[in-house]
Design a protein around this ligand. Sequence first.
Ligand SMILES: Nc1ncnc2c1ncn2[C@@H]1O[C@H](COP(=O)(O)OP(=O)(O)OP(=O)(O)O)[C@@H](O)[C@H]1O
Length: 682
Amino acid sequence: MIEFKDIVTPVDCEVTVETTLRDALEIFKKKKWNLLPVTDAEQNLQGVFTRSGLYQMVLDGGPLDAPIQPYIKKQARSIRIDTPYREIEQIVKTSKVGTGVVLDEQNKVIGLLTKTDMVGALLKSANTLKDQLETILQHSNIGVLMTDGGMQVVYANEAFAKISGRSIDSIMSRALDEIFPGLLNEGNTPHHYEKFKSILHISSYETVNHEEGKILLFQDISEFEKMAEELETVKKLKLTIETTLENAYDGILMTDEKNMITMVSPPLLELFNLVKTEVLYKPVDQVLPQLKLGNVFSSEMAEVSDFHEMKGIRYIVHRIPIKKDGKVIGAIGKVMFRQLNEVSELFKRLQKAENKASFYHQQLQKSESARFTWDHILSKDSYMEKLKKSAAKAAKGRSTVLVRGESGTGKELFAHAIHNSSARSDGKFVVVNCAAIPEDLLESEFFGYEEGAFTGAKQRGKIGKFDLANGGTLFLDEIGDMSLSLQAKLLRVLQEREFYRVGGNVRVKVDVRIIAATNRNLEEMVKQGEFREDLYYRLNVISLNIPPLRNRVQDVEYLITGLMRELNSMLGTSITGISSQAMTALLRYGWPGNVRELRNVLERAMTFAEHGKIQAEDLPDYLISQLSRPVTEQISLAEDAELGAIKKALSQTNGNKAKAARLLGISRSGLYEKIKKYQLSV
Ligand SMILES: Nc1ncnc2c1ncn2[C@@H]1O[C@H](COP(=O)(O)OP(=O)(O)OP(=O)(O)O)[C@@H](O)[C@H]1O
């Protein structure tokens, strides 16, 4: 930067009003100045003695010793040394006076400012400027090309050489149109110049010859294109994250480096009752302080919270820091509650299954002992009550008992209770399911076999069920499924109270009470020759006929309550309620599988039930569909009562319609009509 003091010509001679023409001539001869500043003894400016003043004095014939005083010009042009350089430039350009006197801050004369000084300085600053500009242009990544008025290239920088793929030497001093045809026809407004992948600006300037030269600037946009591509990728990535978040199964939110919420998933908003627009760009520690997401900014580590609860829903928070170059620049909060509930649901079911397994394990240990008593047979039905009483009486004797009824009505339960209330309750209660054991094994199951009776395994012999039940009760379930040959052997034991083991010839005496059960029509089987008549009579000494559940109208609701209590202790649950819809569905159903089916349905529903109550949706579909049965199929309360009375009468009379009609006080044909109306299967 040029300063004024750098271009001032110092004055090293003293010229006063007394200076003589001779001295003045001497100074002018030596200095080539156009004027001499005239000062007093304190260097204050008195005026100037110009070269033309000198000539005038000589022409006037002034003696050489005469003082120059009369020829001194009083109005001298002076400039203070602290005048800014720009102003000096202006003064020099406009002033008619070629030379000015320079004064210091105390207005004392210190030098002269000549036009030569000024031109020299301007030239120097122009050169500096040129050097600076050239340095900038050479290092700029904007390609620069300059022509003179004749459109010949006068300047090109490195960046242009790079953009155009030409060396500077091959361009310089050549006609622009020749090297880059058509370039000059490009418009003056900045635009995309495809050939050089640049934005082109063309502007004009005035050359020293007052012609119009061109300056062409090329801004490389391949960098921008790369950036735009990157931006596009970032945008796509953002969209992907947003879509993922929108559809996330769990609650997720993200924060930035100031821990402000930048993204949030709908399940999270739903869980915490929040509105997206109200939480976005808010500090997470203010909106959801319970998540403690700020923790990861100090710990810089991912962490998992303890269990929390919201609206009765348990959740855990997984806090994850987002790091860049080792610095935490945000956080992700993952609020897991859905899987958690599923897992805990599975866990609950596992626990229930375990409880069940241990229950069955205990029961297994108790097998061969009768577990149930009359109290376990739940019923409010008066016929059932009577049946229990008669069975209890029969239990006291020794007679064989035949328990009949559809599958699942509780035949085995009766057998248990009979044994338990009999005099042989201390003895074993041995169960044989005649339908479940293969025919060829049934005999050895019953009577056992002697050591070495078979070649092959189990050489040591086997104790049969009769042996086991000695002194106790043998419960022959599904007796109707026993083969005729075995029926004969069974009959013999019943008659003679002794038997032979398989492969043995020693008579074994036994004292066993037989309780048999079947759901088959033995009378019909006898008729068909499938069941021995003599055995039938032998078994049918005391016959207990358990009515199906559909004929025990009051029992369904009573059993539901009782079975739920029992199942709760077995499953380890505490389901105590049942919705009225679920109850309606259960009451409307026909229960072909009887109490066993009801028990299974309840067990399943209690496994699924939440909040301590069975809902309709916890029931299997075929039961839910009871709710949507057409109205015409449904019956009124009065009809319900009527149906109940008919069912009861029929079950008390063992399906004897004449007796049932009498009991109901209606005609037989009237009963037939009603049986048809209610589609009863009798
Ligand atoms: N009155 C009742 N009170 C409580 N539980 C009952 C009652 N009747 C039956 N159950 C239960 O129903 C299920 C079936 O009972 P049980 O095995 O005694 O029937 P069943 O008539 O012997 O069946 P199957 O002929 O198929 O052997 C058992 O879990 C039993 O505890």
